[in-house]
Ligand binder design. Sequence first.
Ligand code: FES
Length: 90
Amino acid sequence: MSSPQRLPDGRLIVRHEGRDYQIPKACPHRGAPLADGYVNGPFLRCPWHGATFDVRTGERLRGPACPNLPQPDLFQADLSQSGSSGESER
Ligand code: FES
């Protein structure tokens, strides 16, 4: 199960199977705000032209030709301030 979380600074965090993935602000195709994208499971679809990425790997699965997302950052430490039950082990 996945749940997206939009932070006040515009970043999107997708939680999937207990891991949090920080999504870049801009789509690598034409720069759409990925915080406005659609999340379905581990997949994120860009709101402008529909490029679809696997948030676990950053791989572009469909849509217009463009680079993959950067390797995802595991983003676990700072979610506690946004009301999530962060899984920080640090
Ligand atoms: S800007 Fe994201 S698919 Fe075009």
